[in-house]
Design a protein around this ligand. Structure first.
Ligand SMILES: C[S@@+](CC[C@H](N)C(=O)[O-])C[C@H]1O[C@@H](n2cnc3c(N)ncnc32)[C@H](O)[C@@H]1O
Length: 280
């Protein structure tokens, strides 16, 4: 008997192995044994919703060639934790170092291209957009595009919508709240909507990092934070190399606080605080 035998749905070791293998195949995410309870909790909701009595039957549906359920399966598995100005020192570096450098470098061609890969519900690309507005008073004269991509279609829809619970911005300064968020009224009370000046800088697109990438770049800098932590080292190596191919020389890549390129990729130099500069 295993610890999942007396639960609402039986999750056998074989089912869990199959889940791990699907997840790895479709997302690159490596699920350890320790994630079993989390996986049970997240997928049980799908079984309940679809009134399917067992994981075995559910997995048979996910595995069909024409399965509509695969997208829900993936959306249920991904971890989407994020916040506005998460790891704020990255945005300080952007404002105090990268933007002044780009201003000097781009005096004739005022074009900046940015990629937020694994953008979740959009707080990361919107924070980048705020930092750009705060450091470029003449932003109207610049041609700026932020590409925000994620595998999970639910989080992308949230980001595109640009509406958040008001608590999501509770840690921001009064100036930032006032400048960039519109308070909802009536049915939207308790929510805030992103100002269109930020929304207009961003294009949200679904992109699975494990599949073909349509964009050619180059990007002046990119964020891929708290995403590769779920991938094994070989997958990280492939991704970092592909990022290096799309980032301009000397361009920066921002990683999450517990991610590192040490012994994984030597095409970037560490600038500290999980900020990396492309060197070759
Ligand atoms: C923890 S969130 C990070 C959000 C944001 N970058 C941050 O640091 O606040 C990780 C995101 O990576 C996305 N993700 C996971 N695997 C992916 C893949 N293979 N392709 C694209 N996005 C993926 C998830 O859907 C999730 O939204």
């Amino acid at each position: 008997m295993n610890e999942f035998d007396d639960k609402e749905f039986t999750l056998t070791d074989k089912d869990f192995e199959q889940i791990r293998s699907f997840v790895k195949q479709h997302t690159g995410i490596t699920l350890s044994e320790a994630k079993k309870t989390m996986v049970y909790g997240r997928l049980s909701r799908r079984l309940r919703k679809l009134r399917i009595p067992s994981f075995k039957e559910y997995l048979a549906i996910v595995a069909r060639d024409d399965s509509d359920e695969l997208v829900n399966f993936i959306n249920a598995i991904t971890t989407n934790l994020t916040s506005f100005f998460r790891e704020e020192h990255h945005f300080d570096y952007l404002k105090n170092t990268i933007i002044p450098q780009l201003r000097l470098k781009k005096n004739s061609d005022q074009k900046i291209r940015i990629w937020s890969a694994g953008c979740s519900t959009g707080e990361e690309p919107y924070s980048i957009a705020i930092a750009l507005h705060e450091s470029l008073p003449d932003i109207e004269e610049w041609d700026i595009k932020i590409l925000a991509t994620d595998l999970d279609t639910n989080v992308l829809a949230h980001g595109e919508n640009g509406i958040y619970d008001i608590e999501r911005i509770s840690a921001l300064s009064p100036e930032r709240k006032q400048a960039w968020f519109l308070k909802g009224r009536g049915a939207q009370q308790g929510s805030v909507k992103i100002d269109s000046r930020l929304r207009n800088l961003i294009t949200f697109k679904q992109l699975n990092l494990m599949q073909q990438w349509p964009m050619k770049g180059p990007f002046d800098f990119m964020f891929c934070r708290n995403v590769v932590i779920y991938f094994d080292k070989d997958t990280q190596k492939i991704l970092y190399n592909k990022y290096a191919n799309l980032i301009v020389d000397d361009g920066c890549l921002f990683l999450g606080h517990s991610e590192s390129m040490y012994k994984v990729c030597d095409r970037f130099a560490s600038l500290g605080h999980t900020i990396y500069k492309k060197i070759c």
